[in-house]
Design a protein around this ligand. Structure first.
Ligand SMILES: [Ca+2]
Ligand SMILES: [Ca+2]
Ligand SMILES: [Ca+2]
Ligand SMILES: [Ca+2]
Length: 373
């Protein structure tokens, strides 16, 4: 009997132990940088590498850590990753993505310095196969600068022939640092809908085109943030200041200041809010198409990511005390709250039983009906 009791206690202890999820990236599913000076460098390409080799290298750099340097290249270049569990929506800051933005010391009292904002998308594994696949759903995280961004932006890059030294489409031109990777776009704001990714004279020894990719044309689509960099050198191009954007981007704020993003900020392609109870995948892509003199093209860096509540359980509507059970305790608490008791603290998201944005007697009635049934 004593032995049995001990066994029972041990079992209960094991059951009440919280899940042991890793807060950090567990899988890198996809990576396609747009042309840029650190493509083939972070991560380092070796002759003969396939995409699988590059993804393996990315996993070595990113899984379980937040101090990597992975460059996404010019506008649109992206990475897709996930965790070892679905990230639940707790209606606060849910996930933090690390970058390498720096506050400038030279420009006093202005939030900015070096930042290269990337746009976040979140994915749902609709077919439940554990990987991003055709038919899975994706939603953009609405950043603070959404309303002054272009939506439905599309850009196409053309691979330069590194040997023939003449640019495609304009064969009278030779490849030089300023005629390097030709691109066309449907930009509604910029002066020109074509141009070149310039080759930075400080980083011109490696090809900018992702060398494990056989495509010679790459097209990227999405939301394009406004260009914000300011040339502080009066046109010399050797002193740039990039003001930080608002919340909801990557590589935008220095890591200690970056709070992360909320799954509640997800929107559909028409810009309407979408309520997701969890996400399975995260995608980040470079959100600006800008060039800053000696710094080169603006290119988002991803250093890692962190689920800010890796062991959290999904929100149970009506569970106002957060013990994962719906019972009379929740009813009592909710009644006290609705009656205005200041001594009661409840999970306000769980309390709004009918999801109308208010917590009132209608929610109490609905919760009572649920508990009694
Ligand atoms: Ca899938
Ligand atoms: Ca950066
Ligand atoms: Ca409860
Ligand atoms: Ca309500």
């Amino acid at each position: 009997m004593k032995k049995f009791l001990l066994l029972a206690i041990t079992t209960v202890a094991a059951m009440t132990t919280v899940a042991d999820n890793s807060p950090y990236i567990a899988h890198v599913y996809d990576y396609l940088p747009a042309p840029g000076q650190f493509v083939n460098v972070y991560p380092a390409y070796q002759p003969g590498y396939t995409k699988a080799d590059i993804l393996a290298q990315l996993e070595t750099a990113l899984v379980g850590k937040t101090n990597a340097t992975v460059s996404l290249g010019s506008y649109g270049g992206y990475i897709v990753f996930g965790f070892d569990h679905p990230v639940v929506n707790r209606h606060g800051y849910d996930v933090k993505i690390y970058g390498n933005a720096i506050q400038s010391e030279a420009v006093a009292n202005m939030p900015g310095g070096s930042c290269e904002p990337g746009i976040i998308m979140v994915g749902l594994d609709m077919d439940d196969d554990g990987v991003p696949s055709e038919g899975d759903k994706w939603y953009e995280i609405k950043g603070a600068d959404y309303d002054r961004s272009q939506h439905g932006y599309e850009i196409t890059y053309y691979k330069p022939d590194e040997n023939k030294v003449r640019v495609p489409h304009e064969s009278w031109r030779f490849i030089t640092d300023v005629n390097y990777v030709y691109w066309t776009s449907n930009d509604q704001v910029a002066d020109s809908t074509s141009g070149y990714v310039w080759r930075n004279s400080f980083h011109n020894s490696n090809p900018y085109w992702p060398l494990w990719i056989e495509d010679t044309v790459l097209t990227f689509r999405g939301t394009k943030l406004p260009n914000t960099a300011i040339d502080m050198s009066g046109g010399n191009g050797n002193n740039w200041f990039q003001p930080f954007l608002g919340e909801g981007y990557v590589d935008n704020l220095p890591n200690p200041q970056e709070p992360g993003f909320k799954i509640d900020w997800a929107i559909d392609e028409d810009g309407n809010p979408v309520m997701l109870d969890h996400i399975d995948f995260v995608k980040v892509y470079t959100g600006q198409m800008d060039y800053c003199g000696w710094l080169g093209e603006t290119s988002t860096e991803v250093a890692g990511a962190e689920d800010l509540h890796p062991d959290a359980l999904p929100l149970l509507v009506g569970d106002v005390n957060g013990d994962q059970q719906l019972n009379v305790t929740d009813v009592t608490l909710l009644i006290s709250y609705v009656l205005g008791s200041s001594a009661v603290t409840i999970d306000e998201y769980a309390a709004d039983f009918n999801g109308d944005g208010n917590i009132n007697v209608t929610d109490v009635t609905a919760l009572i009906n649920k508990v009694l049934n």
